[in-house]
Design a protein. Sequence first.
Length: 398
Amino acid sequence: MTTETLERNVTKVGALLRSPVTTQWLTDVIQNDNRLELALSIGSKLDLAGLRELKGDVLFIEIDAADPAEIRTLGQFLSDGAAPPVIVTSSSIDVQSMRALMKIGLLDVLPQPLSTADLAKAIESALARRVRTPAVERPKKGPVISFLKSGGGVGATSLIVQGACAMARGKNPASPVVLDLDIQFGAAAILMDAAQKVSIIDLISDPQRLDGALLKAAMVRPHNRFDLLPAPARIPPVDEIDPAAINATIALASRNYSATLLDLPMLWSQWVHTALEGSDAIVLVVRLTVPSLRQARAQMDMLRSEGLQDVPLFVVANEVDTGLFASAGPSLKKAETALGRKIDFCIPRHDAMRSAADRGQPLSEVSAGRSLEAKLASMMSVILERTATTNQIKAKAA
């Protein structure tokens, strides 16, 4: 609570509501109780930006409990670890949605119609938890960068692992982590010749036990360059992935590493959407071929249709032919016309990348690989710098 609030013994309730009935009810209740103060926001859409702008000793949020996307968003907000106690209300609460809300850690859920007595009990319970849990500063969070593929064989995973190697050797060495979320066909460990101890599937099987120590114990460290959480050796069903557990793993990684790089699969699902929504930037990897560019355009259209157009997007053209072979596919200018936007980075085709993959080594350890590693280091540096600038602008605007 603020000093002013403590002196007045007033509890500030930050509310995000959508229903006129709920808005009027809460306004009337708080106006008639001199122990409460209301900071009201009205919105029809639940998103992370709006949730993070809420201020109060307790947050009171109205949701559509029948919408899994809203519960995922709430779970992502709670996983930041710095939110005040949250009370949720909804007109569509049933047994299934109640279980989902409890799974993401929500303890105070009020069905509608609301009662003054239920609200008082919920606020008292929330404040008691706040007293038991000392207030801490929002933990520092490293950026989360998600890599999307325009199609199979574009070399995205090689860019990720070699980019992480490059970050660890740059002028300002970073401590990145790579989470291989290509659950069924992830190859990050193979490309680095790294032995798998446990996988992302093992880690999220019991999210209640998940903490920083467990996360780091699950990592392998290829060539002592970066930490890697591999994909599983077996091929698991994609539908067994819990979006809330994936989100908690990503949030934990971002608090323990300077940058978190996500290798995402070529599929759209609830948990992939959750990962993208929580990202600070998305890197779309393409090749200068007609099929790849068409699939890249489809991916960009999908990002917009999923409401992810506000997440900064970088497009990387990988394995770009130069010299005599430069005319084999669409030119850079034609590729940008097909995509309807600029291509941010071009990575040339280089024998060193194939040699590094075959040997499971960093580029710097194969013949003629250092020049390509320098290009990747420069690319990752620019992505991180631009992402940091964007985050600073968003923070000031909030």
